[in-house]
Ligand binder design. Structure first.
Ligand code: ADP
Ligand code: MG
Ligand code: MG
Length: 895
């Protein structure tokens, strides 16, 4: 029989898989000699056995009995012993901390007899009965499945009938009365009396912890967080210590550093004469931990001592649960604590300064999501700027947005067209709100969580969003919302929405760009006084990861301005320069002429007119990225995007005809629009297909690139363009365009008398391209994975259509952990990337491999691309630092 039970003295923090996080750390503290009440942990293996067989391992009860006997010997009393009972807590604790699992049951071992023994031993009858009613309450709710409100309401009723405000105001009689009421409720709802046998109480509590692993909320949480469903949970049985034994007792939580800012000091809350979760439950007002110094100086000093030891031992910020029982300090939990983004960077840097961790480790203590958070614009923190907080909700999509409140999509669109900044305020959003969401600066809803429609769509669009602000009463009919204080905000009034903190303010709070962005932009010198400790921390870690990473980081940029900005942010080239915008605006007419051209001559004229304009665009971009590679993608979107709207044009033709005006041109245009109209443009005539059916289009673009390069060369520059062919599905497409392109290069080379030899490659954005990567590699000097389109074509859905319609439902049901447009679908899309990378390299060992989809700036995806052996990732300029950080962390991990 395997060992299913470990004493706290037997485990260690390395055994998280087997003992769960809580159990492993309780054991670790015990090993360190810290004052942890004795106890034992039932392993996750026992739980797994229970889950797959429907009953615990045969030997489990016997093993528990052995450990319980040892615990009883150590404590000098037996579980539930009538004259002096040992009481225990039964606590769940999986490897990953998981909301939705069973809560802890305290005071196991009490019954009608032992409650008297506890009263006599402690000399405090009130305490004994308070503990007993807590047991029935917790056991009733979490083990027996009774509605918690049942108990809460009885407690409230007892308090109000006695005219007391706090639980501590209830005396012995009141508590005895409550115990009676609770027991009646249990009997009534379960058909059985409350179990009096202490060992039975324990057995059932343990079983309930096992069962809670499969509670619906826990299952959902795991699905969303991609936590495997078969890990199981451990169960901790721990001798009780009592914080509710009077004013010299109490319970609290503490952090070794401020988890909000990272500052060193004493952080936490304490509640005198209280037990268990009274602190978190907010039943009474807690006091700041620092006040414990005057209340219980000895305990306070030992606590600080222990906190320092824990921090040095875990070499990181720890959070702690402790209880003081009549002047004696007990440690009940510790773990490496959660922290804000700024705190993560500051703490890593402080620990570096203290030589507690290495640079390598420091890079592992932070991540790209945290860095991204530090880069969002924010509301000023200037204390002189008045702020009128209306309420708060969930920080669903970061950023700081200011605008006039509007309550429907129509108004949002209308007002934003006339140049107003608007915030769309709704109870919740649905697909009909999409236009309004696009038009708004920010979105505020009073309902729904982080996977609600509003949250999902806003994150997809990179738009500021606060959702589920439940204390705001949104009245869309009367176009207003009411804050908890009764303040009313009418349509048109300006509000400010902070997607990073979830706060909503009245009026316009000034927005500033974050110091971290100003540092990346080169506006703050990290060595100067201007740089605060956060900027210095970021700088230090970035220096390290830049040296550590193997992958290059490029940016997606279509203009010289973006290119320059990307370069400041650390981009080492452009991975995707789209050419679409170069055909819009006033140039649209030229494109129209190209599409409508009847003869070769007309077509040549149109192309000749476009050539110099294109060339000028490229000269600027190549100058901005001088010396670094610039991958130019030939025209990709369907032609109809350059033509007038079909309905508008039809109306125009009809009106002109009615007036008897000449409509010849418009008619031709209308015919072309009809001809090019596609049911599903995403899968239509675009990319290389366009290049093959519109003669001269791609060669004109290649010529423009080549001439731009030649001009830059003459001007003494070092242009490094690369030509990229989009939407290739078969090697023949690639071959034709590539041959044409190389011919143009030779021509221009001769015309200018400069050597022009630059790579021609293809995007991999269709499953077929990925699957035929070997042959494609023979005709491509590089592959760039267009993971946006590849995701669409692999999944068979178009982003614009599906994100707003069903993604939130999919996320809520846990079908997706994250949107596959935000984080690469490694199992599907990732597999194709891997196949193409491997087969491409096999055919052409020096082929350059990169990614130009938005996934290039997503932390989890960057790690995958590193592992897949890609040479670079490319992402929007603003994400470049995030990609640098994650590429460095990925390289470090791999070694
Ligand atoms: P959670 O995982 O929700 O933090 P815990 O198992 O830590 O659950 O327990 C909930 C509360 O009960 C905490 O405040 C903890 O400190 C307290 N608690 C747990 N075990 C004991 C014990 N043996 N004696 C006193 N308090 C305890
Ligand atoms: Mg806890
Ligand atoms: Mg594409």
């Amino acid at each position: 029989m395997p060992k299913f039970v470990y004493d706290f003295t037997e485990g260690s923090k390395e055994l998280k898989d087997l003992l769960g996080g809580k159990g492993a750390n309780l054991a670790e503290m015990t090993r360190l000699g810290l004052p942890v009440p004795p106890g034992f942990t039932i392993t996750t293996e026992a739980c797994r056995h229970y889950l797959s067989n429907g009953s615990p391992p045969e030997d489990l009860d016997a093993q528990i009995d052995t450990h319980l006997a040892a615990l009883e010997r150590a404590m000098g009393k037996r579980l539930g012993q009538p004259d002096d009972p040992l009481l225990v807590s039964v606590r769940s604790g999986a490897k990953h901390s998981m909301p939705g699992m069973m809560e802890t049951v305290l005071n196991i071992g009490l019954n009608e007899e032992s409650v008297a023994g506890l009263a006599a031993q402690s000399g405090d009858e009130r305490f004994a009965w308070d503990s007993y009613r807590r047991l029935i309450q917790m056991f009733g709710r979490t083990v027996l499945g009774l509605d918690g409100d049942l108990f809460e309401e009885a407690v409230e009723a007892a308090k109000s009938s006695r005219g007391v405000v706090e639980d501590t105001g209830l005396g012995v009689d009141a508590l005895k009365g409550l115990v009676g009421e609770f027991k009646d409720a249990v009997a009534e709802h379960t058909g059985h009396p409350f179990p009096d046998d202490p060992r039975e109480q324990m057995r059932r509590a343990i079983r309930a912890v096992f069962d809670s692993w499969t509670a619906p909320r826990a299952v959902l949480y795991r699905r969303q967080e991609r936590i495997p469903g078969d890990l199981g949970t451990a169960v901790n049985v721990c001798a009780m210590v009592f914080g509710n034994l009077g004013p010299d007792s109490g319970t609290g939580v503490a952090f070794t550093r401020d988890p909000a800012t990272g500052a060193q000091g004493v952080y936490g809350d304490y509640l005198a004469n209280a037990q268990g979760e009274d602190v978190v439950a907010g039943i009474r007002n807690t006091m700041p931990l620092a006040d414990l110094e005057t209340l219980a100086p000895d305990c306070y000093r030992s606590l600080l001592d222990i906190m320092e030891r824990l921090e040095n031992h875990y070499r990181d910020l720890c959070d702690i649960e402790f209880t003081i029982e009549r002047g004696t300090l007990w440690m009940l939990q510790t773990r490496v604590g959660k922290r804000t983004a700024a705190a993560a960077f500051r703490i890593a840097n402080q620990l570096l300064d203290q030589q507690v961790i290495t640079l390598e480790e420091a890079a592992d203590r932070v991540n790209g999501d945290q860095l991204a958070q530090l880069m969002f614009p924010r509301f000023t923190e200037d204390p002189d700027v008045p702020r009128d907080l209306l309420g708060r909700g969930m920080n669903a999509s970061p950023g700081a947005a200011v605008g006039r409140a509007v309550f429907d999509s129509y108004t949002a669109v209308k007002w934003s067209r006339s140049g107003e900044d608007v915030i769309l305020v709704r109870r919740e959003t649905n697909p009909d709100d999409l236009d309004g969401m696009i038009a708004a600066r920010g979105i505020l809803t009073s309902r729904g969580g982080k996977t609600s429609h509003a949250a999902v769509v806003a994150r997809g669009m990179g738009k500021t969003c606060v959702c589920g602000a439940e204390d705001l009463d949104v009245d869309t009919k009367n176009r207003r919302f009411t804050a908890p204080g009764g303040e009313i905000v009418e349509e048109g009034e300006v509000i400010s929405v902070d997607g990073t903190t979830g706060e909503v303010f009245r009026g316009s709070v000034p927005v500033v760009s974050s110091p971290v962005v100003r540092y990346f932009e080169g506006e703050i010198d990290p060595a100067s006084d201007q740089a605060d400790d956060l900027v210095r921390a970021v700088h230090r870690i970035m220096n390290y990861v830049d040296a550590a990473r193997r992958m290059y980081v490029r940016a997606n940029a279509d203009t010289a301005e973006d290119a320059a900005r990307a370069r400041r942010m650390g981009a080492q080239g452009i991975g995707l320069c789209r050419t679409e915008h170069m055909f819009l605006g006033s140039r649209r007419e030229l494109v129209e002429a190209l599409i409508l051209a009847h003869t070769d001559g007309e077509r040549a004229d149109a192309l000749d007119a476009l050539l110099p304009l294109q060339c000028a665009d490229f000269v600027e971009i190549l100058a901005a990225m001088d010396g670094l590679p610039v991958t130019v993608r030939l025209l990709d979107p369907p032609l109809h995007e350059f033509l007038p709207d079909i309905t508008e044009l039809s109306v125009r033709v009809a009106v002109a005809e009615a007036r008897g005006e000449s409509v010849e041109n418009d008619l031709r245009l209308l015919q072309a629009v009809h001809r090019l109209h596609e049911q599903n443009p995403m899968l239509g005539l675009r990319g290389v297909r366009l290049g093959l059916v519109v003669p001269g289009l791609f060669t004109m673009q290649v010529r423009a690139i080549a001439q731009a390069a030649a001009e830059r060369r003459r001007a003494g520059g070092h242009p490094r363009p690369e030509v990229m062919i989009p939407l290739v599905g078969t090697v023949q497409e690639l071959e034709i365009i590539r041959d044409e392109s190389l011919a143009v290069l030779r021509e221009v080379s001769e015309e200018y008398g400069v050597e022009l030899d630059f790579p021609v490659g293809t995007m991999i954005e269709l499953p077929r391209a990925a699957l035929t990567a070997g042959p494609l590699a023979e005709h491509a000097e590089f592959f760039s994975f267009g993971t946006n389109d590849l995701t669409q074509t692999v999944w068979g859905f178009s982003r614009d259509d599906v994100e707003a319609s069903f993604f939130s439902a999919y996320l809520e049901k846990g079908v997706f952990g994250a949107s596959p447009f935000e984080t690469l679908d490694i199992d599907g899309v990732g597999r194709l990337v891997q196949i193409a990378a491997t087969e491409g390299r096999a055919r052409r060992p020096d082929i350059k491999l990169g990614v130009c989809g938005e996934h290039g700036g997503d932390p989890a995806s960057v790690h995958f691309f590193h592992d897949a052996g890609l040479d670079y990732v490319s992402c929007s300029p603003f994400r470049v630092p995030v990609a640098r950080l994650e590429a460095g962390r990925a390289a470090r991990r791999a070694t």
